[in-house]
Design a protein around this ligand. Structure first.
Ligand SMILES: [Zn+2]
Length: 384
């Protein structure tokens, strides 16, 4: 049995082990689908994970490997910014109107036309490569990273010094931001709701929140089961499109009973509404609610019964965050990056051995060449 009695998101007492025979710390709520580590890792366990060598597991090293890592991280972040760009008139590419200080055109979509470069903050920016991608697309980019390696990838570039070594809670910028992103961050934090609340505080009204994380309902996750690479002690939470949308919205409501609870209670059935707001249709399957995308994106789950439109589909939360959409995320990798992760912590012995072998035998240019973008995880966009 698990230590917790109830789901921290929906309060249902329906927590079950994800896999009876593996990862006995992995739990799933049968009501809302949230996955979580239970018990959660101790502070000492997390400190050991985020040690000085943390970034080496991703293939970070000086020279060509660092440049290759920079390329794939920049390409991945640029794709996510492009997804955010559909929701307001952001500069689309270098040289486009609005890029590099040119005046922006009138708003074509959502948001206000800006007479300045839009300001962006990447929370948990790691080595800082996202800032380079953002600057190339016309953003006035800043980063926040508590790890000692924060911003290390920007040394010697015009962006050096733009990464603050502070926690989100302690960070006090002089002005709010037009976009705040958290890429592969929300699954690592102790309190996702508090994190979203702190991030939203830094967004100007009308500005955007971009959350990217893995998707526990993705095809890969379903196919691989306990061998899915994201089942890792550093990941405290495992979201689906519906639970990510529910958390993003819940993080904005002030509720006394939630401050001590960590996560907001969401009434039964609200996850379905959250899914609809996010552009996914809830689909009933047996006793569970799953969601399928209704906008031509790859479905998460296809079911038999379509619930159709639910009330509140386009509702925005006044003064808080309105979830616009949860979309497929696309990421650019190289062999060095993927094999380094699998070789170090893969949940799959054969994959671990193959990864080690490929790191040893593949010539460096092949190891460091960027792959075409792959569907992996999800991007949530919300407007303040
Ligand atoms: Zn739940």
């Amino acid at each position: 049995m698990t230590d917790r009695r109830t789901c921290p998101l929906c309060r249902a007492g329906m927590l079950v082990r994800m896999f009876p025979d593996a990862h006995d710390w992995l739990v799933r709520c049968r009501a809302c689908g949230l996955g979580l580590a239970d018990p959660q890792p101790t502070d000492a366990e997390l400190a050991a994970i985020y040690d000085a060598d943390y970034y080496q597991q991703f293939g970070y090293a000086a020279g060509p490997a660092a440049e290759a890592l920079a390329r794939i991280k920049r390409a991945t972040y640029a794709r996510m910014l492009r997804q955010a760009g559909r929701w307001r008139d952001l500069p689309a590419r270098p040289g486009a109107p609005g890029a590099r200080g040119q005046s922006l055109p009138r708003s074509r979509q959502v948001g206000m036309a800006l007479q300045r470069r839009p300001r962006l903050l990447d929370v948990g920016c790691g080595l800082g490569y996202s800032l380079a991608a953002a600057r190339d697309r016309g953003w006035d980019a800043f980063g926040l990273e508590p790890h000692a390696m924060g911003g290390r990838g920007l040394e010697g570039t015009p962006l050096a010094g733009r990464v603050a070594h502070a926690t989100l809670e302690d960070y006090r910028p002089p002005e709010p931001f037009d976009l705040v992103s958290l890429v592969d961050v929300i699954e690592h934090v102790r309190d996702p709701l508090a994190t979203i609340r702190q991030a939203a505080r830094l967004i100007r009204p009308g500005g955007l929140l971009l959350l990217a994380t893995n998707n526990v309902q993705s095809r890969q996750a379903r196919r691989l089961g306990p061998r899915w690479v994201h089942f890792h002690r550093a990941h405290l939470w495992y979201f689906s499109p519906a639970t990510l949308a529910a958390v993003a919205r819940a993080g904005q409501e002030d509720s006394a009973d939630r401050r001590d609870a960590g996560l907001k209670p969401v009434p039964h059935g609200q996850d379905a509404h959250a899914a609809c707001d996010a552009g996914w249709k809830p689909v009933m399957q047996g006793r569970d609610t799953h969601v399928a995308c209704d906008a031509g994106l790859p479905p998460v789950v296809r079911g038999q019964v379509d619930c159709g439109d639910l009330p509140g589909r386009d509702a925005h939360v006044a003064g808080g965050l309105g979830v616009l959409r949860v979309e497929q995320a696309w990421r650019v990798y190289n062999l060095q990056y993927v094999a380094s992760i699998l070789a170090g912590g893969g949940n799959f012995g054969l994959a671990r051995r193959l990864a080690r072998l490929s790191l040893r035998l593949t010539p460096r240019p092949l190891r460091l060449a960027s792959w075409p973008p792959l569907p992996e995880g999800m991007v949530l966009l919300a407007r303040r």
